[in-house]
Every structure is written in C-alpha cells, then in structure tokens.
Ligand binder design. Structure first.
Ligand code: PMV
Length: 329
C-alpha cells in the first residue's frame, strides 16, 4: 500500500520558549508544507530519504541491526531522526512493525523555526497509521507527535505538534494540552530566513540552564511573555495591528534576554522595522532560523530590507489546513 500525508509549517507569532514552562502561545500555520510518501515493504527493512529546500538530501537504511546513512546536509539528518522515532512510536501504537520506504520532501527550510520537525513527525505517524488501517483521532495524532519531539529533543512543549496537526491561527494552552481558534483572515506578514547555528533541543536546554542559574529573574521574564501573549490575543481580536506589532517587538526583546537571538536575526528584525514593519521578532527556537515581520502595505519594502542584510525572504501565506492523509495505491 502507498500513502501520502502532509503537514503545514507554522509561525509562532507569540510565546515560544515560555510555552515550554506552561505559558500560552499564539501560532499560525502557513501554505508551505512537508510531504511524506510512504510505501509498505514486504520485509522489515526501513528506508528513509529526505529532500530539502536548497540543501540536497539524506538517506537512512535500517535493516535488522544494520544502519547505513548517506548525508549531504546535517539538518536533514536531524529530520530523519524524527521520522525514525515517529515510525517507532506509530508502530507501537498500531501494534505492527512493518518495513517501509519513506520519502520526505519539504517546501520549508528544515530546522528553521517553522515547525518542520513537528510536521515531519505528525505526517509520518498519520501515513503509517493509515497504511496499517488503524483509527487515529487528531487528538491522538498530536499526542503521539509530541512524544516524538520529546524523545528526540529531550524536551518540547505540545505547541508545534498541536498547531501542525489541526492548522489555523491558534491560542495554545500547553498546561491543558488544548487550544482555542482565533478568527482572522490572512495576517500581512513577511518571513525572513537565515541559516541556523543551533537546533531546537540545544536552544531549549540553554534557556533551561538560565532558569536553573537565576530562577527568580528568568521565570519573571517567562511569565511576562505569558502576559504579553494574552495582550496580543486581545489586540488580535480587536484587529488592532499597531498593538500586535508593538507586542511583537517586546516579545523579541524578551527572547533576546533569554539568549536565543543572534546578530543576524537582530539585523533582520531591525531592518524590517526600519522598512516600515509595525513589529518584528524572531520566530521559533532562535539561534538563527526565521524571523517574522508584521507589515501591512510594506511587504515589498520589508523583503528588500531583509535581502539587504543577507536574509532570505520566504514567500508564504496563511493556510488553515492541518495534517492531511490519503491512500494513493
Ligand atoms: O524552532 P521550532 O519550530 O522547533 O520551535 C520551537 C519552539 C519552542 O518553544 C522553542 C520549543 C517548544 O517545544 O515549544
């Protein structure tokens, strides 16, 4: 049997990192997706191949105890570990361990802060369960994909996996593992990309070290981010874009205080503001990766300003499509 599944990338508008400590966050899914093609084999061998945007490919073949890897991009190798773990967790859930061939294709830069690891995990689980003809609710899918992120990264909030599973503009409540949908059309945002110098697991661990060293001080910043998310929700509901932008700027400053920004991200954030954005911040775990600017009517100026400081503007718009899966033969 052949199955095709896909899941969207996401932007964190507000609240990354603090969400790991139970604070709310606001996320937004985009029209660029991760695609997973899965074919069930007649033996127990697992072959995983990933092809990414502008970075070449990576392959993993697991046959019994033997593991062979071919990589020309480290970031793709990391995404293969999410696929491998997702298969393990999905096999356990289905009570079936069949050999499969998987091809992952991403329309997003991998490991850039746009939720690609969550999208890869959710789409792989959805594809495997459909191939095994096992019932899987969206709630169960989000829960299993979250387990993949925890096991691969060491620590993760349910934000990314919940967002890419359901799709939409979401107010995430991590403590309750639930969300509320916020009503809005397409927000006029521009996303800028710069290669990452670190990965999500290391960045989350870095913030954890800060919390352990200076708990009172750092938890104050984290709680302030949580309050800011609630203000941002009100501003979004009132369609007050000036306020949303200004809160994005404050959120960026607080993320910088947590040590997750970089010179390149700051340059892009400042360039976007100077080009007329109402607000700009890094999005995702930081350490390079992506930033997002809210810039109604100034999209082209903001894209040019990002290019001028060496950033890559990514064409993307809002899409409320979550995980999708279908049998193709
Ligand atoms: O950079 P991404 O897309 O992996 O997003 C990470 C978001 C964090 O809040 C930093 C971590 C988490 O688990 O929520």
């Amino acid at each position: 049997m052949r199955v095709f599944a896909s899941a969207p990338g996401k932007i964190t508008l507000f609240g990354e990192h603090a969400v790991v400590y139970g604070e709310p966050a606001i996320t937004y899914t985009i029209d660029k997706r991760v695609h997973v093609h899965l074919k069930v084999r007649g033996d127990s061998t697992i072959k995983i191949e990933a092809r990414g945007l502008q970075v070449g490919g990576a392959k993993l073949v697991i046959s019994g105890e033997k593991i062979e890897a071919e990589v020309d991009a480290q970031s793709l190798m990391e995404s293969l570990s999410y696929v491998h773990k997702a298969l393990e967790i999905a096999s356990e859930y289905c009570g079936e361990s069949k050999g499969v061939e998987i091809l992952v294709e991403s329309e997003l830069p991998v490991g850039a802060g746009l939720g690609t690891s969550a999208a890869v995990s959710a789409a792989t689980i959805a594809a495997f369960c459909r191939a095994m003809e096992k019932e899987l609710s969206l709630e169960e899918l989000a829960r299993l994909a979250h387990r993949v992120e925890i096991e691969v990264q060491g620590s993760a909030s349910p934000m990314d996996t919940m967002t890419v599973t359901y799709g939409g503009l979401l107010y995430i409540k991590p403590a309750e593992r639930s969300f509320e949908r916020l009503e809005w059309g397409s927000l006029p945002v521009v996303v800028g990309f710069t290669p990452r110098e670190s990965n999500t697991g290391k960045l989350v661990a870095g913030v954890r070290r800060l919390v352990e060293r200076e708990e009172d001080l750092i938890m104050e910043i984290i709680r302030t981010i949580g309050k800011l998310v609630d203000r941002a929700r009100e501003a979004l509901e009132e369609e007050n874009l000036e306020m949303v932008g200004s809160l994005m700027n404050v959120n960026h400053g607080l993320l910088e205080a947590l040590g997750v920004s970089t010179v390149k991200l700051n340059e892009m954030v400042y360039a976007a503001r100077a080009a007329g954005a109402l607000g700009a911040k890094l999005t995702g775990a930081g350490g390079g990766g992506c930033m997002v600017a809210l810039c109604p009517g100034r999209e082209e100026e903001v894209k040019a300003s990002l290019r001028a400081v060496g950033g890559i503007p990514l064409e993307c718009t809002f899409s409320s499509r979550g995980v999708e899966v279908r049998v193709v033969g």
